[in-house]
Write a protein that binds this ligand. Structure first.
Ligand code: GAR
Length: 218
Protein backbone atom coordinates (compact mmCIF):
# COMPACT_ATOMS: atom_id res chain seq x y z
CA UNK A 1 0.00 0.00 0.00
CA UNK A 2 1.35 3.43 -0.94
CA UNK A 3 2.11 5.67 1.97
CA UNK A 4 0.26 8.94 1.42
CA UNK A 5 1.21 11.86 3.58
CA UNK A 6 -1.34 14.42 2.48
CA UNK A 7 -4.99 13.49 2.17
CA UNK A 8 -8.37 14.22 3.65
CA UNK A 9 -11.30 11.86 4.16
CA UNK A 10 -14.75 13.29 4.80
CA UNK A 11 -16.68 12.35 6.82
CA UNK A 12 -14.17 10.36 8.84
CA UNK A 13 -15.63 7.30 10.46
CA UNK A 14 -13.76 6.52 13.68
CA UNK A 15 -14.77 2.87 13.65
CA UNK A 16 -16.92 0.52 11.62
CA UNK A 17 -20.49 -0.22 12.76
CA UNK A 18 -21.17 -3.68 14.19
CA UNK A 19 -23.54 -5.89 12.22
CA UNK A 20 -25.03 -8.96 13.85
CA UNK A 21 -25.67 -10.95 11.75
CA UNK A 22 -23.04 -9.78 9.30
CA UNK A 23 -24.18 -7.55 6.44
CA UNK A 24 -24.81 -9.65 3.34
CA UNK A 25 -23.18 -8.00 0.36
CA UNK A 26 -22.61 -8.77 -3.31
CA UNK A 27 -19.65 -7.16 -5.08
CA UNK A 28 -20.00 -6.24 -8.76
CA UNK A 29 -16.60 -5.87 -10.44
CA UNK A 30 -15.27 -5.86 -13.99
CA UNK A 31 -11.52 -5.60 -13.45
CA UNK A 32 -8.55 -6.33 -11.27
CA UNK A 33 -10.49 -6.46 -8.03
CA UNK A 34 -8.14 -4.75 -5.59
CA UNK A 35 -11.13 -3.20 -3.82
CA UNK A 36 -12.81 -6.60 -3.71
CA UNK A 37 -9.65 -8.16 -2.23
CA UNK A 38 -9.44 -5.44 0.38
CA UNK A 39 -13.03 -6.18 1.45
CA UNK A 40 -12.28 -9.90 1.57
CA UNK A 41 -9.29 -9.24 3.82
CA UNK A 42 -11.22 -6.99 6.19
CA UNK A 43 -14.01 -9.54 6.39
CA UNK A 44 -11.65 -12.48 7.00
CA UNK A 45 -9.77 -10.54 9.64
CA UNK A 46 -13.13 -9.84 11.33
CA UNK A 47 -12.54 -6.11 11.10
CA UNK A 48 -15.61 -5.34 8.99
CA UNK A 49 -18.87 -7.21 9.71
CA UNK A 50 -19.70 -8.19 6.14
CA UNK A 51 -20.35 -11.48 4.46
CA UNK A 52 -19.33 -11.34 0.82
CA UNK A 53 -21.96 -13.70 -0.47
CA UNK A 54 -21.13 -13.33 -4.19
CA UNK A 55 -18.71 -11.71 -6.52
CA UNK A 56 -20.44 -10.97 -9.82
CA UNK A 57 -18.39 -10.04 -12.86
CA UNK A 58 -19.32 -9.38 -16.48
CA UNK A 59 -15.76 -10.07 -17.64
CA UNK A 60 -14.45 -13.63 -17.77
CA UNK A 61 -10.89 -12.29 -17.96
CA UNK A 62 -11.23 -10.08 -14.88
CA UNK A 63 -8.52 -10.38 -12.23
CA UNK A 64 -11.16 -10.39 -9.50
CA UNK A 65 -12.10 -13.99 -10.48
CA UNK A 66 -8.68 -15.36 -9.43
CA UNK A 67 -8.97 -13.40 -6.20
CA UNK A 68 -12.41 -14.90 -5.50
CA UNK A 69 -11.12 -18.41 -6.17
CA UNK A 70 -8.09 -18.05 -3.94
CA UNK A 71 -10.19 -16.47 -1.18
CA UNK A 72 -12.90 -19.10 -1.46
CA UNK A 73 -15.65 -16.61 -2.30
CA UNK A 74 -18.51 -17.76 -4.48
CA UNK A 75 -18.50 -15.98 -7.84
CA UNK A 76 -20.54 -15.78 -11.01
CA UNK A 77 -19.49 -14.63 -14.47
CA UNK A 78 -22.45 -13.01 -16.18
CA UNK A 79 -21.14 -11.83 -19.50
CA UNK A 80 -23.35 -9.21 -21.13
CA UNK A 81 -22.25 -10.49 -24.55
CA UNK A 82 -24.02 -13.79 -23.87
CA UNK A 83 -27.41 -12.08 -23.60
CA UNK A 84 -29.79 -10.85 -26.28
CA UNK A 85 -30.49 -7.61 -24.49
CA UNK A 86 -29.32 -5.55 -21.56
CA UNK A 87 -32.64 -6.39 -19.94
CA UNK A 88 -31.93 -10.12 -20.04
CA UNK A 89 -28.39 -9.58 -18.77
CA UNK A 90 -29.55 -7.46 -15.87
CA UNK A 91 -32.41 -9.83 -15.08
CA UNK A 92 -29.87 -12.58 -14.48
CA UNK A 93 -27.99 -10.37 -12.03
CA UNK A 94 -31.19 -9.19 -10.32
CA UNK A 95 -32.26 -12.81 -9.80
CA UNK A 96 -28.88 -13.76 -8.37
CA UNK A 97 -28.90 -10.86 -5.94
CA UNK A 98 -32.49 -11.53 -4.90
CA UNK A 99 -32.02 -15.30 -4.47
CA UNK A 100 -29.01 -14.66 -2.24
CA UNK A 101 -30.86 -12.21 0.00
CA UNK A 102 -28.26 -9.51 -0.50
CA UNK A 103 -28.70 -6.43 1.66
CA UNK A 104 -26.18 -4.18 -0.10
CA UNK A 105 -24.82 -4.24 -3.65
CA UNK A 106 -21.30 -2.83 -3.93
CA UNK A 107 -20.02 -1.70 -7.33
CA UNK A 108 -16.24 -1.86 -7.06
CA UNK A 109 -14.84 -1.24 -10.52
CA UNK A 110 -18.10 -2.23 -12.25
CA UNK A 111 -17.87 -0.82 -15.75
CA UNK A 112 -21.44 -1.40 -17.01
CA UNK A 113 -24.07 1.29 -16.80
CA UNK A 114 -27.17 -0.12 -15.14
CA UNK A 115 -30.78 0.65 -16.04
CA UNK A 116 -33.41 2.37 -13.96
CA UNK A 117 -35.17 -0.98 -13.57
CA UNK A 118 -32.02 -2.49 -12.08
CA UNK A 119 -31.63 0.40 -9.66
CA UNK A 120 -35.31 0.29 -8.69
CA UNK A 121 -34.93 -3.41 -7.85
CA UNK A 122 -32.56 -2.49 -5.01
CA UNK A 123 -33.61 1.03 -4.17
CA UNK A 124 -31.04 2.83 -1.98
CA UNK A 125 -29.16 -0.44 -1.62
CA UNK A 126 -26.52 -0.01 -4.36
CA UNK A 127 -23.32 1.94 -3.84
CA UNK A 128 -20.51 2.72 -6.28
CA UNK A 129 -16.90 3.79 -5.92
CA UNK A 130 -15.56 6.27 -8.46
CA UNK A 131 -11.99 7.60 -8.81
CA UNK A 132 -12.67 11.34 -8.70
CA UNK A 133 -14.14 13.94 -6.41
CA UNK A 134 -17.66 13.87 -7.79
CA UNK A 135 -19.32 15.71 -9.43
CA UNK A 136 -15.99 16.33 -11.22
CA UNK A 137 -14.81 13.82 -13.80
CA UNK A 138 -17.78 11.51 -14.13
CA UNK A 139 -17.58 8.51 -16.46
CA UNK A 140 -14.64 6.45 -17.69
CA UNK A 141 -10.99 7.60 -17.45
CA UNK A 142 -11.62 9.89 -14.50
CA UNK A 143 -8.01 9.86 -13.27
CA UNK A 144 -6.57 10.49 -16.73
CA UNK A 145 -9.01 13.31 -17.25
CA UNK A 146 -8.11 14.97 -13.95
CA UNK A 147 -4.42 14.65 -14.84
CA UNK A 148 -4.80 15.97 -18.40
CA UNK A 149 -6.88 18.84 -17.09
CA UNK A 150 -4.08 19.69 -14.65
CA UNK A 151 -6.38 19.46 -11.64
CA UNK A 152 -4.50 20.27 -8.45
CA UNK A 153 -6.68 18.13 -6.21
CA UNK A 154 -8.42 14.88 -7.00
CA UNK A 155 -9.48 11.74 -5.15
CA UNK A 156 -12.33 9.27 -4.94
CA UNK A 157 -15.98 9.12 -3.93
CA UNK A 158 -18.54 6.54 -2.84
CA UNK A 159 -22.18 7.32 -3.56
CA UNK A 160 -25.59 5.69 -3.73
CA UNK A 161 -26.43 4.70 -7.30
CA UNK A 162 -29.17 6.54 -9.19
CA UNK A 163 -30.04 6.38 -12.89
CA UNK A 164 -27.79 9.32 -13.79
CA UNK A 165 -24.24 7.97 -14.08
CA UNK A 166 -21.82 8.73 -11.20
CA UNK A 167 -24.43 10.85 -9.42
CA UNK A 168 -26.54 10.08 -6.37
CA UNK A 169 -26.08 10.99 -2.75
CA UNK A 170 -22.45 11.00 -1.64
CA UNK A 171 -21.49 8.84 1.33
CA UNK A 172 -17.80 9.60 1.68
CA UNK A 173 -15.02 11.26 -0.30
CA UNK A 174 -11.24 11.38 -0.11
CA UNK A 175 -9.04 14.08 -1.63
CA UNK A 176 -5.32 14.44 -2.24
CA UNK A 177 -3.02 16.92 -4.01
CA UNK A 178 -1.88 16.05 -7.55
CA UNK A 179 1.88 16.31 -7.91
CA UNK A 180 2.97 16.84 -11.51
CA UNK A 181 6.53 15.84 -10.62
CA UNK A 182 5.09 12.34 -10.20
CA UNK A 183 3.71 10.01 -12.87
CA UNK A 184 0.05 9.32 -13.41
CA UNK A 185 0.64 5.75 -12.27
CA UNK A 186 1.76 7.00 -8.89
CA UNK A 187 -1.40 9.08 -8.70
CA UNK A 188 -3.49 6.02 -9.60
CA UNK A 189 -1.80 4.00 -6.84
CA UNK A 190 -2.45 6.74 -4.31
CA UNK A 191 -6.11 7.00 -5.29
CA UNK A 192 -6.45 3.24 -5.02
CA UNK A 193 -4.97 3.37 -1.50
CA UNK A 194 -7.59 5.96 -0.57
CA UNK A 195 -10.31 3.82 -2.16
CA UNK A 196 -9.30 1.00 0.15
CA UNK A 197 -9.88 3.34 3.08
CA UNK A 198 -13.22 4.83 2.03
CA UNK A 199 -15.07 1.89 0.46
CA UNK A 200 -15.23 -0.17 3.69
CA UNK A 201 -16.29 2.94 5.58
CA UNK A 202 -19.03 3.65 3.05
CA UNK A 203 -20.23 0.04 3.28
CA UNK A 204 -20.40 0.38 7.03
CA UNK A 205 -22.33 3.64 6.76
CA UNK A 206 -24.74 2.36 4.08
CA UNK A 207 -25.22 -0.88 6.01
CA UNK A 208 -26.13 1.08 9.10
CA UNK A 209 -28.71 3.09 7.15
CA UNK A 210 -30.19 -0.06 5.60
CA UNK A 211 -30.34 -1.95 8.90
CA UNK A 212 -31.87 0.99 10.80
CA UNK A 213 -34.61 1.36 8.14
CA UNK A 214 -35.34 -2.32 8.61
CA UNK A 215 -35.67 -1.78 12.35
CA UNK A 216 -38.11 1.11 11.71
CA UNK A 217 -40.55 -1.39 10.19
CA UNK A 218 -40.98 -3.21 13.50
C1 GAR B 1 -11.31 1.69 -9.11
O1 GAR B 1 -10.35 2.71 -9.19
C2 GAR B 1 -12.70 2.28 -9.20
O2 GAR B 1 -12.82 3.53 -8.61
C3 GAR B 1 -12.88 2.36 -10.68
O3 GAR B 1 -12.33 1.17 -11.17
C4 GAR B 1 -11.23 0.81 -10.34
C5 GAR B 1 -11.34 -0.66 -10.00
O4 GAR B 1 -10.18 -1.10 -9.34
N1 GAR B 1 -14.27 2.48 -11.03
C6 GAR B 1 -14.70 3.25 -12.02
O5 GAR B 1 -13.96 3.88 -12.74
C7 GAR B 1 -16.20 3.25 -12.19
N2 GAR B 1 -16.63 4.36 -12.98
P1 GAR B 1 -10.11 -2.55 -8.74
O6 GAR B 1 -10.69 -3.51 -9.80
O7 GAR B 1 -8.67 -2.80 -8.50
O8 GAR B 1 -10.94 -2.57 -7.49
Amino acid sequence: MKNIKEYIVSPELKEYFKFVPKLRIAVLASGNGSNFQNLVNLSKEDKLDIEIVKLITNNFKAGCIEKAISSNISYEVINDKDYKSRENFEEEIINLITENEIELVVMAGWMKIVSEKFIDSFKNRIINIHPSILPSYKGANAINNAFINKSLITGCSVHFVVPEVDSGELIIQAALPVKYSETINILKDKIQTLEHIILPQAISEAGQIIRSKLMDKY
